[in-house]
Write a protein that binds this ligand. Structure first.
Ligand code: PAF
Length: 300
């Protein structure tokens, strides 16, 4: 099977018109890496038709962010898609996606979930993300859309959008792919010098240390993770937050259950994010999770 590269919406519609089976979409801004490859592989296990979109969406970048230097590697992206037997790569230009002008009058608003964490640091970012994701869902009409857990807030917001606005698509989360040293894969890792990269490892180390303290409660998780990042040369911490994974509100000291530990930091000129899900105040025995049972001094 050959991978077909499509730039226009009419051609895309034609290519999808006579499809049989389930269509899975993987949306990207290009500069594909093994994290994207994993999304495609997971999609392939279920879907008969795979569409990868490659579109650097100006709407989700604020002035002064890295839009103008974001890596664009379409030939290599198509080659990776061909290795993974992707059916269609949809790589429209800006005018194809925003034919009425780069600043659409009507946009999807992320609401309060888009104002915290990444949204607090990047105002309007998630409105831009959701607007383009809504458009790409309409253009590709998939049964299933696959997004990485690495962008946990984006994933949550896209899921909420599809539920709140009744998009007929299932959103599937795919675990973060990491390099052997723990660094979460990102198209922006290409910006890192060797020194930056060494400093950037403190993000995943902080998350692992925080997760290891989960049995001791939220304050211990925050304290332990922050201790790894504190005074780390070359790392400008933006936020480290331990939040409810559904509301994204900071969890109180008494909280038990699943939580999201999320970090954002500037490493050299590059802004990186990472996160991990953890369970607070519960003891997990193999597959059995015990809630509210007291075992010695540890609340299980
Ligand atoms: O995660 C990304 O690469 C982008 O935010 C997305 C979902 C493709 C929208 O532009």
């Amino acid at each position: 099977m050959t991978t077909r590269l499509i730039h226009g919406r009419a051609e895309l519609r034609g290519a999808l018109a006579h499809r049989t089976g389930e269509v899975g979409v993987v949306m990207t801004m290009g500069a594909l890496h093994d994290g994207h490859r994993e999304l495609i592989k997971v999609a392939r296990r279920r879907c008969q038709v795979i569409v990868v979109t490659v579109f650097l969406n100006p709407l989700q970048f604020a002035p002064g962010e890295d839009l103008s230097r974001y890596p664009q590697t379409l030939d290599a992206d198509v080659a990776l898609c061909a290795e993974e037997d992707v059916d269609l790569v949809f790589a429209p230009d800006v005018a194809e996606v925003y034919p009425l002008g780069e600043q659409p009058q009507v946009r999807v608003q992320a609401g309060p979930l888009g104002d915290v964490l990444e949204g607090a640091s990047r105002p309007g970012h998630f409105d831009g993300v959701l607007t383009v994701v809504a458009k790409l869902l309409h253009l590709t009409g998939p049964d299933v859309a696959y997004f990485g857990q690495k962008d946990a807030q984006q994933l949550l917001l896209i899921r909420r959008m599809t539920q709140d606005l009744d998009f007929p698509v299932e959103v599937v989360a795919v675990p973060t792919v990491r390099d052997g040293d723990g660094l979460a894969l990102s198209s922006r890792n290409g910006y890192l010098t060797d020194d930056d990269r060494a400093a950037a490892l403190s993000l995943s180390r902080a998350l692992s240390a925080g997760a290891a303290a989960a049995g001791d409660g939220p304050d211990a998780v925050r304290r332990t993770a922050l201790a790894v990042l504190d005074g780390q040369p070359g790392v400008g911490l933006d936020y480290l937050a331990l939040v409810d994974p559904v509301t994204l509100q900071s969890v109180p000291a008494s909280y038990t259950g699943e939580a999201l530990l999320a970090v954002a930091a500037r490493v050299g000129p590059t802004r990186l994010i990472d996160n991990t899900l953890l369970t607070l105040g519960k003891l997990t025995l193999g597959k059995l999770t015990l809630g509210k049972l007291t075992l010695g001094t540890q609340e299980a």
